[in-house]
Design a protein. Structure first.
Length: 717
């Protein structure tokens, strides 16, 4: 039974009108000695604004940059913050899966060359649980719904049977035959990743040609490749639909396999219509094929999609014995089982080697806390590789540039002349849907192959991406669903490795921990002051203020002082030109827009009304809340939220559809009309896709709950 955290009973929600009385604020919470308290009084409480000289704020941060500038007023970070509720986190038993089995691939009835490729090219010997269960079932010719945790080896679970079956075909496959297997994945990076895996497996079977279609690439060259022939075709749904409509060279008469990888994401992104078009096109030319649906999370949408696209499927779910599911040590094949009961749908398996943390941080302290965390991991610890998730592309761009220009300098050298050690420690990268495909691919490759680095990204990187050796996942903004949470943290602790995650919540968002607990997700708390305390280790942030060694001890006042120095670095940077101020304001606006689009079931936790604009502005390095922004963006949004009917029709929906398409889909068309139409077609009562398997033409999925980008996902621009 999940206990409800005391956080739910908090009496105060931060509001711009009335800052709360603190019960446990970042200041009050720190155990200060009397003398230190006096200093704190001087430092932070005497006045809301603390004046720093440029030398003080930048000493050690940019040794060369000591020219005189006007004094900078940095308002107190530690005053008037909302209380941080005590987090009596509910302890729940997480669903666990055993990743590896002791069974070797050579136990399977596979072509010897395929086995030796797995062993020597992929360097793998033992199967994972999901592979052990899936491969024999798929080799038997059955349809399957495969669910297992993130990073458990699902890609090979379908790639190996596909390659095995195609190389064994009696009449040898010709390139000009066209596709025998169609693999649909939600994102371009995932398409590339799956393509790479298939390509490796095909090394001994050179007559079988794999190919990838994804948005952002020249359609003309894709058409040329299609004309030459692709036998294993990997694509994002949007791009494939585009080719189906406009390319004559695409035929599906020989399709033997249809794979839907990351099926929940495909649905979440509103690709129902595209999937329908694809299934209709395939079905029109071939009836006999195997269908496989894979997902790390079994959401309602996935089971519905399975229900309508799989024929008499085997359900493979790698839960441990505690949950009474299949036993990976069992030699027999899993029984055909009905789709899982509802309560199981709500729980997600999480790698046992993943330590999950949460921290409650007042908005004013959010920027310095994230920066302190990055400093701690990348400056004081070795070989750290971190992914930080944000709500929108603008946020990624903003924080990427802000950190890039400021944090490396904290290593004691100007950003432009970083010593190699600093540039390696603070290797910032970013990934989001507004980037050119070429750059996205380059970043993906670079981060994949790097031992260290900090990748700032949107949820475009949340699903399916296999980025080895990631040690930390930081969620600067909470995800819009538990499934998204699982996928984000699933970028670490893959395939049995250890990993950690940190979710940063505002005090008003503390109840989100309960929401996670109700899905059997356990997080332990790290206090914000523990995160900030690393700043006292950083000589570069000590400032030039005179003081005895004692008063410089790592006490709470010193932590606060250094946090303020760091905040000043950010504010200096942002306020160094009008252009940067307006850039920060735009990022703030993007945050508010995105924040307003959390799904309805989370609105009681994430509501724009809970945001203190002035405090949030601080986390963008802005010294004051932008006036016009407060009125236009927030009030308008509030109005919409009060009028769900209006909300449905806002331009945001259209913009959102465009954005999501640009992030995840073909990259050819960002058609708003298309999404509109899609929603219309997918109305309840329309023809279910089961018809597809029986040869009738399919319209959009009948019972499919509308998870169009606007109501299922949020405005993540
Ligand atoms: N049998 C194996 N032995 C060792 N490593 C493996 C094995 N199978 C897969 N891997 C590796 O594990 C990593 C994760 O695999 P994969 O990306 O297929 O996981 P996944 O279950 O699809 O994850 P997600 O749900 O996040 O997409 C990859 O780097 C892959 O090469």
């Amino acid at each position: 039974m999940v206990q409800h955290a005391e956080a739910t009973k908090r009496k105060y929600r931060a509001s711009s009108e009335a800052p709360p009385a603190k019960r446990r604020s970042a200041v009050a919470f720190l155990p200060a000695k009397k003398a230190a308290a006096e200093e704190a009084q001087r430092t932070f409480k005497g006045k809301a604004q603390k004046t720093f000289s440029p030398n003080e704020s930048l000493v050690g941060v940019s040794g060369k940059n000591r020219e005189q500038k006007p004094c900078i007023r940095t308002s107190s970070l530690f005053k008037n913050n909302p209380e941080i509720p005590e987090l009596h986190r509910p302890v729940v038993k997480q669903v666990q899966e055993q990743v590896f089995t002791s069974d070797a691939f050579h136990k399977l009835d596979l072509h010897p060359h395929l086995i030796s490729t797995i062993n020597t090219v992929l360097n793998m010997t033992s199967m994972t649980s999901v592979q052990k269960q899936s491969i024999p079932v798929l080799l038997e010719g059955r349809d399957a719904l495969v669910r297992s945790q993130t990073g458990s080896g699902k890609t090979l679970a379908y790639c190996i049977p596909v390659v095995q079956s195609l190389q064994a075909m009696k009449s040898k496959i010709q390139r000009s035959d066209g596709p025998y297997a169609l693999v649909l994945v939600p994102t371009r990076e995932l398409a590339l990743q799956s393509f790479n895996t298939v390509q490796k497996l095909l090394k001994p079977f050179t007559w079988i040609v794999p190919g990838v279609l994804m948005g952002g690439e020249r359609k003309k060259s894709e058409k040329a490749r299609l004309r030459k022939g692709i036998n294993i075709l990997i694509s994002t749904p949007g791009r494939l639909v585009d080719h189906i409509k406009s390319t004559k060279n695409i035929h599906f008469s020989r399709i033997r396999w249809l794979i839907l990888d990351e099926a929940d994401r495909i649905l979440d992104l509103g690709f129902e219509k595209d999937i329908t078009v694809i299934l209709n096109a395939v079905n029109a030319e071939c009836q006999q094929r195997q269908n496989v649906l894979l997902s790390a999370t079994l959401t309602e949408g996935v089971t519905r999609l399975a229900d309508i696209s799989l024929l008499d499927p085997v359900q493979i779910s790698v839960l441990d014995q505690h949950h009474g599911q299949s036993d990976p040590e069992r030699g027999t094949l899993p029984e055909v089982s009905p789709l899982p009961p509802d309560d199981e749908l709500d729980s997600f398996a999480i790698p046992g080697s993943l330590d999950q943390h949460v921290t409650l941080v007042p908005s004013k302290l959010k920027l310095v806390s994230l920066a302190a965390f990055i400093l701690q991991k990348c400056k004081f610890e070795k070989d750290q590789k971190m992914i930080i998730f944000f709500l929108s592309c603008e946020l990624v761009e903003f924080y990427y540039h802000l950190f890039l220009r400021t944090l490396p300098a904290c290593s004691g050298a100007p950003a432009s002349r970083q010593p190699p050690s600093a540039s390696t420690r603070f290797k910032f990268l970013r990934l989001h849907g507004n980037m050119e495909q070429e750059e996205r691919t380059a970043v993906f490759e670079e981060f994949s192959h790097s031992k260290t680095g900090i990748l700032l990204c949107t949820d475009v990187a949340a699903r399916g991406l296999d980025l080895p050796q990631v040690t930390w996942i930081v969620q600067y903004n909470a995800p819009s669903s538990p499934a998204e949470y699982i996928h984000r943290i699933g970028r670490t602790a893959r395939i049995g490795c250890r990993g950690s995650s940190l979710l940063i919540l505002a005090p008003s968002e503390a109840e989100y921990v309960n929401s996670l607990a109700s899905h059997k997700i356990n997080v332990s708390e790290i206090h914000v002051e523990d995160i900030l305390s690393v700043l006292t280790r950083d000589g570069c942030l000590k400032g030039s203020r005179r003081g005895t060694q004692k008063s410089r001890a790592a006490g709470p006042q010193e932590i606060q002082r250094r946090a303020t120095v760091l905040q000043t670095v950010f504010e200096d940077y942002v306020h160094s030109s009008e252009r940067r101020v307006s850039w920060a304001k735009k990022a703030l606006q993007s945050f508010i827009r995105a924040y307003a689009t959390y799904p309805r079931e989370l609105k009681h936790i994430f509501h724009v009304r809970s945001l203190h604009l002035g405090h949030v502005a601080k986390s963008f390095g802005l010294r004051d809340a932008p006036q016009n922004l407060g009125v236009s963006a927030v009030k308008r949004r509030k109005g919409n939220l009060n009028r769900p009917d209006l909300h449905k029709k806002t331009r945001g929906k259209h913009r959102l559809a465009e954005i999501l398409r640009s992030e995840y889909s073909s990259g050819i068309e960002a058609s708003v009309a298309k999404v509109k139409k899609q929603n219309k077609h997918a109305a309840p009562g329309s023809q279910p896709c089961r018809a597809i398997r029986t040869g009738r033409p399919a319209s959009a999925m009948g019972k499919q709950k509308q998870r169009s980008p606007c109501n299922g996902k949020t405005q993540r621009d």
